[in-house]
Design a protein around this ligand. Structure first.
Ligand SMILES: [Zn+2]
Length: 129
């Protein structure tokens, strides 16, 4: 992805900061040849759609009672399938943006659960801030 496209997506994310529901704010963008097709944000108030994407396991030792919200990656995949009616992701790029409370890009590598999901959907590339 070229640097201008990357910066533009970070800018779009900043304009959507009012979507923050909890501690972390994550966005996922699905692109085809630099064209933006889908954007999504994580949610703490909605639950992870395990019946579609499998259960999300706790990834930290202290998270025994982990109840997964909707990660931006699953929201993006669901939105893409709803909108385009197919689940062929082989030509698509997903780009994750995470913003701090002051709007600075933070490390947005997919969590282990999302990484497994993205691998199973066979994305062409997986990028993050
Ligand atoms: Zn995740």
């Amino acid at each position: 992805m070229n640097i201008r496209r990357r910066e533009r997506l970070i800018e779009i994310s900043r304009s959507l900061q009012h979507c923050r529901e909890g501690r972390s704010l994550h966005f996922s963008y699905i692109l085809k040849n630099n064209q933006l097709l889908v954007s999504s944000v994580n949610s703490y108030t909605k639950l992870h759609p395990y019946h579609k994407f499998g259960k999300y396991k706790p990834l930290k030792d202290n998270s025994y009672n982990y109840i997964a919200g909707v990660h931006s990656e699953t929201a993006a995949i669901r939105e893409y399938i709803n909108r385009f009616g197919n689940s062929d992701f082989s030509g698509l790029t997903i780009f994750n943006v995470r913003l701090s409370k002051s709007g600075e890009p933070m490390m947005a590598k997919p969590c282990g659960n999302c990484q497994n999901l993205l691998d199973s959907f066979n994305f062409k590339s997986i990028l993050w801030t």
